[in-house]
Design a protein around this ligand. Structure first.
Ligand code: SF4
Ligand code: ZN
Ligand code: ZN
Length: 310
């Protein structure tokens, strides 16, 4: 992020606070916030993410990404009187970490007038992330936590009759995941993912990612300039070594070659388009145990529950 002492906004000539290196555009704070919101709206329209009458479930962790998403979607949703929105927060059971985020999520929903639902791993799965971490199983706590969060949000969204789930994955998350999948030897996951994941048979709730082409640093600045209160402390279990290395590598590349992250995102999009969208879902069926979508007999969450209780 580069702040400019004497530069002027490309659009209105007010003092600039940020330059988008990959586009060569300078922004004052107002134009910057408008540009971030406009990009999100454009992504929603481009990928036909929303219908006028959707009941949208927004995954809200209390971090900068999800609070930014909620803020922007609330403005968008107001334009559609037949649509509705519920924020869903998940309490993973992480002491001295999640409570603060849940409180920030609660107060943001109260301020924006959004209905808020909190579900916990303890009530849904009978186990917390702290307990999983203490068991020192083969994989990192994040591997379990990420899979259980997806399931918890799916369960809660289905429970309230939502028609779609919106998550706050940003550009950095998306391209890190593309490289992670390649390095894990699982390229088909790249095809199965994307800005919209929809089942043509209508069996599973569609998931959308309206911030998928917004860089993380722009979300941080947007949250800061908008005065959003978000959680800044890090999760005590969050040590995904490979993802951290990929993050550092991509950030270095972005500094040396602005636009690298967008190029990687577009490459993944081209791959998906080439390999046909329905290929991503044709091999998805219902988990034999819980009915959730999975390319295998059991979904990841059910397999993980078995390893925890074994
Ligand atoms: Fe869960 Fe890992 Fe995120 Fe912590 S960092 S909340 S353990 S996924
Ligand atoms: Zn301006
Ligand atoms: Zn299952």
């Amino acid at each position: 992020m580069r702040f400019l002492a004497s530069a002027r906004c490309t659009y209105c000539l007010n003092p600039a606070v940020y330059v988008r290196e990959y586009e060569g555009i300078k922004f004052c704070s107002n134009c910057f916030r408008e540009a971030v919101e406009a990009r999100c709206r454009k992504t929603v329209i481009k990928h036909k993410m929303l219908r006028y009458d959707d009941h949208l479930a927004v995954a809200l962790s209390g971090g900068k990404d999800s609070l930014t998403l909620l803020n922007i979607l609330t403005k968008l949703e107001r334009r559609f009187p037949l649509s509705s929105m519920t924020a869903i927060s998940v309490d993973e059971g992480i002491k001295n970490y999640r409570d603060e985020a849940l409180e920030l999520a609660r107060s943001a929903c109260a301020r924006l007038g959004v209905h808020h639902l909190v579900v916990s791993y303890d009530e849904l799965f009978g186990v917390t992330t702290d307990e999983i971490a203490a068991k020192k199983l083969g994989q990192t706590p994040c591997s379990y936590c990420g899979v259980f969060r997806r399931k918890a949000i799916n369960t809660a969204a289905t429970m309230i009759g939502a028609t779609k789930i919106a998550t706050a994955h940003n550009l950095d998350d998306e391209v890190q995941t593309v490289l992670l999948n390649l390095l894990h030897g699982d390229p088909l996951r790249i095809i199965r993912s994307g800005p919209v994941l929809e089942d043509p048979r209508g069996k599973f709730l569609p998931r959308i990612k309206p911030l998928c082409d917004t860089p993380e640093k722009e979300i941080v600045l947007y949250a800061y300039l908008t005065g959003l209160q978000f959680q800044s402390i890090e999760c005590p279990h969050g040590h995904e070594a490979l993802r951290n290395d990929i993050r550092a590598f991509l950030n270095q590349m972005e500094v040396k070659h602005p636009g690298t992250k967008f190029t990687l995102l577009r490459s993944a999009e081209k791959l998906r388009a080439e390999m046909a969208a329905d290929l991503a879902l044709s091999d998805l069926h219902e988990c034999l145990k819980c009915g959730d979508p999975t390319p295998h007999e059991l979904c990841e969450a059910c397999v993980m529950m078995e390893t925890i209780t074994a």
